[in-house]
Design a protein around this ligand. Structure first.
Ligand SMILES: Cc1cc2nc3c(=O)[nH]c(=O)nc-3n(C[C@H](O)[C@H](O)[C@H](O)COP(=O)(O)O)c2cc1C
Length: 172
């Protein structure tokens, strides 16, 4: 079974999560490929899709959201899982995850099987502040503590659940 994992990632944290999910799916016997959202115009034929994005100002990245909307007809015929990578610092644990604003609509548009918000990561040295708006610069300096808060155990468990679901669908 061929699964495509697609990610929108501005600073690399979501790409790392997508790589981990793809590796986990491969390890369970699935054929997993990985693509950056901006590299994919039309989705190729696949048995399933996992699509994720970093969260910016409570939104998915435009490239990732647009990819889902553009391919909604194809995606709604296949099993799809969505994830977001965002909360850092004290928002990374002990808080109910806040879904990015468009996720409810994207889930409904493609009949996604699940959506998870995973804690993210932030490395200030990877940010070119001249690419940030004034508000983004303020938010980043004031509210975004540096560090890698990604919970690999949670990510692995989610990927393993996807693999179990897909392996059940596999022709024996
Ligand atoms: C300008 C800026 C705005 C952000 N806004 C949010 C947000 O609204 N909600 C959230 O949970 N995380 C937010 N974050 C944290 C990022 O989502 C987190 O660092 C994520 O893992 C980045 O993914 P990426 O490295 O794949 O781009 C923001 C980070 C920056 C730099």
């Amino acid at each position: 079974m061929k699964v495509l994992v697609v990610y929108g990632s501005r600073l690399g944290a979501t790409r790392g999560i997508a790589e981990r999910i793809a590796a986990r799916l491969e390890a369970s016997g699935l054929d997993a490929a990985l693509e950056a959202a901006e590299q994919v115009a039309e989705l190729p034929a696949c048995d399933a899709f996992v699509i994720g994005s970093g969260i910016y100002g409570q939104h998915w990245m435009k490239e990732a959201a647009a990819l889902v909307r553009r391919n909604r007809a194809a995606l709604s015929k296949s099993p799809v899982w969505l994830f977001s990578s965002g909360p850092v610092g004290r928002w990374a644990s002990g808080h109910d995850p806040v879904e990015p604003k468009e996720v409810a609509g994207l889930r409904a548009a493609v009949g996604a099987k699940d959506h998870r918000v995973f804690a993210g990561a932030l490395d200030r040295s990877s940010i070119d502040e001249s690419n940030l708006s004034t508000i983004e610069r303020f938010v980043t300096r004031k509210f975004m503590p540096e560090g890698d808060y990604r919970d690999w155990g949670r990510i692995d468990a989610w990927a393993d659940g996807i693999a179990r679901d897909l392996n059940r669908l596999r022709p024996s």
